[in-house]
Write a protein that binds this ligand. Structure first.
Ligand code: DPM
Length: 360
């Protein structure tokens, strides 16, 4: 494997790729596992680079008593890490893509989106309900989730269940589930459970007809300083073509809707025979009101379109090694689908959901 220019040289300061690359991470076990995963990939590709890990705690990790959607601080889990990037204390930060806002602060970009794990949500049951599906849980069973997206869809689909917030990192949540009688089950992303080695606790994977996933769910993102060309080149090799196009469409959809990480918006994407399909939906908090549509586009590169050399970023993702035509088509698909939903009244549904959630 050839290394991009600069990666072998020890270039001091200015965020240039040198022989040492520092990777910032949150302290939670999942964040560490995700960062180690990317470190191992980079180590294989660039055996001569010294990859160091710098662990930090973030606001999202410190405030554990309020629902995420109520803290009101944007980029909850990412701010401290971005500060460290900005101040040149670290060079790379690994995130779950779904935690990254669709508009990144100026100066930052996503330099790699890795192959997506399962994007679906999973049900983890209290041991006493072992073997049951959501449908089979007793009336008024309490399900723990602080995702408005999950609660809205599942309330509609399983009206016999009740939903309550649950916070904390994955370890804390599993403990709260198992050691108390507060929840009959909790809903978590299958990808996180798999990375933690807890697949055996998954009793049910939710089909799109039960619960569509969040924008970017299941994909890892590598955030870097946008001006850092050497590091951008270095990590761009980690981009997974299909995942990038799917996630660019999803992020463009969410951005055009002006949704943040705390609105009931869900998606489903597929890339088959160079056709990209995007299904997007918005929900009222109880799921009783919703809009859902599907659109598709060809992402087959059109040779007549010349790649623009200096800025190949789309919804915060810089992927110069993926044809500009495909990236542009994916972004447009997301925008067009959002515009279609907006023309049918999506704005009202989201505004009401936001107001009700803020008033709770
Ligand atoms: C975001 C949401 C949640 C996380 C909202 C949503 C879940 C919050 C909750 C934007 N970020 O999904 O509707 O359940 O209270 C998060 C998880 C992962 C990344 C954990 C999870 C792991 C999966 C991945 C938290 N962020 O969703 O169970 O890498 O996509």
């Amino acid at each position: 494997m050839e290394q991009p220019e600069g990666a072998q040289n020890s270039l001091e300061g200015n965020g240039k790729a040198g022989s040492v690359i520092r990777m910032g991470t949150r302290k939670s076990q999942l964040a560490r596992i995700q960062t180690d995963f990317v470190r191992d990939k980079l180590k294989e590709l660039y055996p001569d680079v010294d990859l160091q890990i710098v662990a930090m705690s973030t606001i999202g990790d410190q405030i554990l008593d309020r629902a995420l959607s109520k803290i009101g601080e944007k980029s909850l889990f990412t701010k401290e890490l971005e500060n460290a990037l900005e101040k040149n204390e670290v060079d790379i930060v690994v995130h779950s893509l779904k935690d990254l806002p669709t508009t990144l602060p100026p100066g930052f970009t996503i330099g790699a989106v890795l192959e997506r794990e399962s994007p679906y949500d999973a049900v983890v049951l209290h041991p006493k309900h072992s073997g049951r599906s959501l449908q089979e849980l007793p009336d008024k069973s309490v399900i723990g989730t602080s995702s408005l997206r999950r609660a809205a869809q599942l309330k509609k689909r399983f009206p016999h269940l009740e939903f309550e917030n649950i916070r904390g990192n994955l370890n804390t949540r599993l403990k709260k589930l198992d050691e108390k009688e507060d929840y009959a089950a909790i809903i978590l992303a299958a990808a996180g459970l798999k990375r933690m080695g807890w697949e055996s606790r998954v009793s049910q994977i939710l089909e799109p007809s039960d619960c569509m996933y969040a924008v970017g769910q299941g994909a890892l993102a590598v955030e870097v300083r946008a001006r850092d060309r050497d590091i951008l080149n270095m990590v761009s090799i980690l981009h997974h073509h299909d995942t990038v196009l799917r996630c660019v469409a999803e992020r463009a959809f969410l951005r055009q809707l002006e949704g943040g990480c705390s609105v009931p918006v869900a998606v489903h994407t597929e890339l088959k025979d160079s056709l990209l399909y995007l299904t997007g939906a918005v929900f009222s908090l109880d799921g009783s009101d919703s809009l859902k549509e599907t659109m598709q586009t060809s992402v087959l590169p059109n040779n007549e379109v010349v790649q623009s050399a200096d800025d190949c970023s789309h919804v915060g993702v810089t992927a110069c090694n993926i044809p500009e035509f495909s990236m542009g088509a994916a972004e447009k698909l997301g925008v067009d689908l959002a515009d279609l939903l907006l023309s049918k009244g999506a704005k009202d549904i989201l505004t009401t959901a936001r107001q009700l959630n803020d008033a709770r």
